[in-house]
Design a protein around this ligand. Structure first.
Ligand code: FE2
Length: 367
């Protein structure tokens, strides 16, 4: 396979994984799946593509522009229902079409997601069916679109991260040797400029199950003592993409690594560039250790914090997916976990994530 281009694609109605020699154009090998409306969003894994390291860029957060607006929630003016999911996290909205928001209203949306951590918009079929170019335009408004180093993406659309599972294939982390599929994380936190406002929706979902858990990392931080927070504020931690890349190199999750993994040092507590709120910024999936501490010290502090995040029900919310739902969260002030409780049903769950990168995390001591 050294010189041969291999493209792995989901090809059958039940999503069997096939490995096919590519055509001269390595992006032209997906076989049509006539019965599935979202076949154009099926994941492809092109082993021939290699990406250069990500370069630094200046991020201008749209939420800044809404700070001076006299009524920064006027974008919800046409809503038929606005529900606070919990006091500490999440707002659910009906009656507002994301696709119809003006640029000024998108700025307000970015600010509100930063403040509430999570927003759930129901009945967004127009958005979901608007297509790949529309997703790109939407995401690019909020920041440079992240191209994932290992995950599957629609053909010719590497800026879209796909979540996919069906009866015969899976392209996400397998956790079969764990007692739970719950794995709290923030997305690709190993990047130098990790994601901010993130948009996610499902185009296929199981009849029951497959909810997503969220937690406010602002709220979990507030429940710690001021003295402990003052210590955490001085710390930095290493976030690594190596394990994720090695997982793919072992042949799982599509088996491709298109950009070499990076390790990056981020503050343990970061300050949001728009709201100024501080949030805990460590996660069990990508954080490997606290800089300057001995191994046991680092492990004990991180494990305590992971445990705190996992058990802090006051800071959590759970999104139940209904057809047409689009969810937005701010990766700088939240963490989340999938729940794979529908595996036995063998039903398809297929999601699309639009993931703009944002600022390089800074602590309140640096800002
Ligand atoms: Fe995630």
């Amino acid at each position: 396979m050294s010189t041969e281009t291999i493209v792995k694609t989901v090809t059958s109605a039940v999503g069997q994984l096939s490995v096919q020699p590519a055509q001269a154009d390595s992006t032209s090998t997906v076989q049509s799946e006539d019965t599935y409306k979202y076949q154009h969003l099926l994941p492809a894994f092109d082993n021939n593509k290699k990406y250069a390291p990500l370069r630094a860029f200046d991020h201008v957060d749209p939420g800044h522009r809404a700070l001076s607006h006299p009524n920064p929630i006027s974008f919800l003016g046409n809503a038929t229902r606005v529900t606070e999911m919990t006091p500490n996290l999440g707002t659910e909205v009906e009656g507002v079409q994301l696709l119809s928001l003006s640029h000024q209203e998108r700025d307000q949306l970015a600010l509100h997601v930063a403040r509430r951590g999570l927003m759930v918009f129901r009945n967004q079929n127009d958005f979901i069916d608007s297509g790949i170019d529309s997703y790109r335009e939407w995401g690019s408004y909020f920041g440079r679109l992240h191209i994932h180093p290992t995950s599957g993406h629609p053909l010719n659309a590497p800026e879209l991260h796909l979540v996919y599972r069906d009866a015969h294939s899976t392209f996400n982390f397998e956790l079969d040797d764990r007692i739970t599929t719950t794995l709290w994380h923030t997305d690709v936190s190993y990047e130098v400029q990790p994601p901010g406002l993130t948009t996610f929706f499902l185009v296929a979902q199981p009849s029951t199950g497959g909810d997503t858990l969220f937690v406010s990392t602002v709220s979990v931080l507030k429940s710690l003592s001021a003295q402990f927070v003052a210590f955490l504020r001085t710390l930095k931690a290493v976030h690594s993409g190596i394990e994720q890349a090695d997982h793919s190199r072992s042949g799982k999750r599509g088996g491709v690594v298109r950009r070499e993994p990076v390790e990056t040092i981020h503050p343990v507590i970061r300050k949001h560039p728009v709201t100024g709120e501080e949030a805990l910024y460590i996660n069990k999936q990508f954080t490997k250790g606290i800089v300057g501490l001995k191994r046991e010290e680092s492990d004990n502090i991180l494990n305590f914090l992971y445990d705190h995040v996992a058990k802090n029900g006051e800071s959590q919310a759970r999104v139940h997916w209904t057809p047409g739902t689009v969810v937005l969260w701010d990766n700088r002030v939240t963490a989340h976990s999938a729940i794979v409780d529908y595996k036995e049903s063998k039903e398809r769950r297929h999601g699309v994530r639009i993931t703009p990168q944002a600022d390089r995390p800074v602590s309140a001591l640096e800002a």
